[in-house]
Design a protein around this ligand. Structure first.
Ligand SMILES: [Zn+2]
Ligand SMILES: [Zn+2]
Length: 426
């Protein structure tokens, strides 16, 4: 399900880093040797290297590569270079491109592109409905056979409950999950930001949390009825967390993801009217943020996903109401979460590492990166003491619509090894 350009595996030794693998149960200063892409030696370090941490590399289940159609904003090459710089060994791209990834022809062309350009292993979701129109299902069996990781209409909700029910049935036959953008459009309408005190103060149209939580409730009931698994994308609201938690407690196989921006920010920051704070779903209240964080800690939300959504500068360089939704995130996710949550004492480092790697891999049946003898090397080397300023010119992504521009962050990705190859080195 993951595709990447060919290349020779690498041989390297990382000396003295604190090796932290929550899945393998390792937390020790080790010298780690990789030979021809395989971890061959884990030995106690002669000398500990200050600030360096070696962990299983990250997996991002929600990335917009904008290809085909908007290669000015991102390509498979630039997006996967950004992923490598962010410490990722695998990413999954969304199908809301132009044309939409709703046919064997479009998916097949993307797979070929990934085989020639992708710097890190890349998977593709195909759409649930043809043209993302929410009317007719795609040929899920054929798309799964070609390598579709899952199905999603991301960017759009599946409005019709009957279509959702059939999508659950057909995706199950195809052996793939549905990943859902949950938004009841008759409630969110043309909302520009979270509906609350701040939207009232700014006079902006609101997109209320209930538009998300009510749709999630519908879909977990359908998943339970069909006895199928389901993945909820970019959960943003406390009420949504409650729906997911209750469904999981009843035994519904529902997984969920949360973005770095929803974990770090609230709608208070939208007062700046910075268009890089405009995303869908919108930033919500401090109480929502606290609930998301608690859900990430207790495993109700098992993945961090960036929802990396590149936009051209001229598209975001307009009044807030006219700007498109979305922010980039691949190159800043770890440092943002490390700085704003781990250093701040709100999230254990181990939990963050698990939710950025094993959590998303398991949710989509992708290989779980592990640091163990005989395993293919999928490693991220982090300097936890490094400080760096997020600056527009430093991005590998073709777009720079980051909410972190100008911020100084702690924690830098020094090296990324993906599928046995060094794909990024500072
Ligand atoms: Zn979405
Ligand atoms: Zn998205």
């Amino acid at each position: 399900m993951l595709f990447c350009r060919d290349g020779a595996p690498d041989t390297l030794t990382v000396r003295g880093a604190r090796v932290l693998d929550p899945v393998a149960g390792i937390d020790a200063a080790l010298d780690v040797t990789v030979e021809d892409g395989i971890v061959t030696r884990l030995e106690p370090a002669a000398e500990a290297a200050r600030g360096l941490l070696l962990a299983p590399a990250f997996v991002d289940p929600h990335v917009h590569l904008r290809t085909p159609g908007r290669e000015d904003e991102e390509t498979v090459a630039s997006g996967t270079e950004a992923a490598a710089a962010g410490g990722y060994c695998a990413i999954v791209a969304m199908p809301n491109t132009d044309p939409v990834v709703d046919s064997a022809a479009v998916l097949g062309a993307l797979v070929e592109l990934a085989r020639s350009e992708a710097v890190v292993p890349t998977g593709f979701m195909a759409s649930i409905s043809k043209g993302l129109l929410g009317e007719e299902l795609t040929e899920m069996g054929e798309l799964a056979a070609l390598g579709a990781v899952a199905f999603t209409d991301d960017g759009h909700p599946v409005g019709c409950a009957g279509l959702m029910q059939r999508a659950l049935q057909y995706s199950a036959v195809a052996g793939r999950k549905l990943a859902l953008h949950e938004e009841e459009r008759s409630l969110s309408r043309d909302g520009q930001m979270h509906e609350g005190a701040v939207s009232a103060e700014l006079g902006l149209a609101g997109w209320p949390a209930v538009a998300e939580s009510s749709m999630i409730a519908r879909d977990v009931h359908l998943a339970a009825y069909e006895q199928q698994a389901l993945h909820i994308m970019h959960v943003s609201a406390a009420a949504s967390v409650e729906v997911v938690r209750a469904a999981r407690a009843r035994g519904v196989a529902v997984t969920a993801e949360v973005t770095p921006h929803h974990l770090c920010l609230s709608d208070d920051s939208v007062r700046s009217l910075d268009t890089n704070l405009k995303m869908n779903p919108p930033l919500r209240e401090q109480s929502d943020r606290a609930a998301l964080l608690e859900a990430l800690r207790d495993g109700t939300i098992c993945c961090v996903a960036t929802d990396h959504a590149p936009h051209a500068r001229q598209e975001k360089d307009v009044p807030f109401e006219e700007a498109p939704f979305g922010v980039t995130g691949l190159e800043t996710a770890f440092a943002a979460l490390y700085t704003h949550l781990v250093v701040a004492g709100a999230l254990p480092l181990e939990t963050l590492l698990e939710r950025m790697s094993a959590g998303p891999a398991r949710a989509f049946g992708l290989p779980v990166p592990r640091i163990a003898l005989g395993e293919r090397a999928n490693l991220v080397l982090l300097d936890l003491e490094a400080e760096w300023r997020v600056a527009e010119r430093g991005f590998r992504s073709r777009s720079a619509n980051s909410w972190l521009l100008g911020q100084t962050l702690r924690g830098a990705v020094v090296k990324t090894v993906a599928d046995g190859r060094v794909v990024h080195a500072l």
